[in-house]
Design a protein around this ligand. Structure first.
Ligand SMILES: [Fe+2]
Ligand SMILES: [Fe+2]
Length: 312
């Protein structure tokens, strides 16, 4: 049976959704038998490093926070900011992708995230009409860089992501996109609770488009991970995946301490290892030197230095 996004939306449980999201994304993007090495790698990573964002406690903390409409409105705005920021990173990264297919996929991803910034602003308008003063609302449009597939790629000035993408980027993006999908599921319920009835059909349309896109982002990064895993000796991709889950889990736990779900630029700036910090990396976190995946590790060789995690 091939799963699709409705199976995810109909899922009743609020825990152990990460593996289901990965499964749905793989089914929708490549078919039910697709990307076996990716599926094996993520199953092992989840067994060893179960994510804190995959628990009922995480969902109920979000639900409690979202009881406050101002919190929810701010969180939607933060999402718009993060989507625009992610779009700019991906645009730079896409510019330097040597493989044409990867370049197009990353470019499409950047275009999607650029559009998502506007989607979140639309959700804010729909769920909280008249909450934002019109002048400020106009300014907020700049959160989206306005990328489109018709525009030529170029590196954003000063971007640390003006470099070719790596397997490490794809692993981190995959995890970040899965967590974004978890956040989407929680936001979906919260937004529906506040949205005036006449705006609900339009809000659901926007939410559906967001979910389709996020699942496609999980799907295409799964494909790229599977491809690299197939040509990499041993289980080095799997081991790095596990490590990146561990890092991402740590960030999530720290964010929860700050009562935030995916932090803002301001939040990241507080931590020098975070995404806005000097060592920030492409999409979500870390810019540790890459382990050489082309060769088996020599005796006694150490893993790459601990990554500097950040958030998405
Ligand atoms: Fe997005
Ligand atoms: Fe995404």
């Amino acid at each position: 049976m091939t799963l699709n996004k409705n199976d995810l939306l109909n899922l009743k449980r609020e825990k152990e959704r990460v593996s289901f999201i990965a499964q749905v994304a793989v089914h929708q993007y490549g078919g039910s038998d697709a990307f076996p090495l990716y599926r094996q790698a993520i199953a092992e990573a989840l067994d060893n490093e179960p994510p804190p964002f995959d628990t009922e406690g995480y969902s109920s903390t979000y639900r409690n926070s979202a009881l406050d409409p101002r919190w929810l409105a701010t969180s939607i705005l933060t999402n718009a900011e993060m989507e625009g920021d992610g779009a700019r990173r991906l645009w730079s990264l896409a510019t330097f992708a040597e493989n044409g297919e990867e370049r197009d996929l990353l470019k499409q991803h950047a275009v999607d995230e650029s559009r998502h910034a506007l989607y979140y602003l639309a959700l804010l308008d729909l769920a909280f009409p008249d909450a934002i003063e019109p002048g400020f609302r106009q300014e907020l449009r700049q959160l989206s860089p306005g990328f489109s597939m018709h525009k030529e790629l170029y590196p954003i000035e000063g971007s640390p992501y003006a470099r070719p993408p790596t397997i490490d980027d794809y692993l981190q993006m995959n995890i970040a996109e899965i967590r974004t999908t978890i956040h989407h599921m929680m936001q979906r319920t919260a937004i529906q609770a506040y949205c005036p009835e006449e705006n609900l059909p339009q809000a659901l349309k926007v939410l559906d488009q967001l979910l389709d896109d996020e699942l496609a982002h999980v799907g295409y990064t799964a494909m790229l991970i599977d491809r690299v895993a197939a040509r990499t000796p041993g289980n080095r991709v799997g081991a790095l995946f596990r490590k990146r889950f561990r890092d991402f889990n740590l960030i999530t736990t720290q964010e929860l301490g700050d009562n935030s779900f995916g932090c803002s630029l301001e939040c990241c700036a507080k931590r020098e290892w975070c995404r806005a910090g000097p060592s920030a990396s492409p999409f979500s976190y870390s810019d540790a030197p890459l382990p050489d995946l082309s060769a088996e590790p020599s005796q006694g060789a150490t893993q790459a230095p601990a990554p500097a995690p950040a958030c998405h």
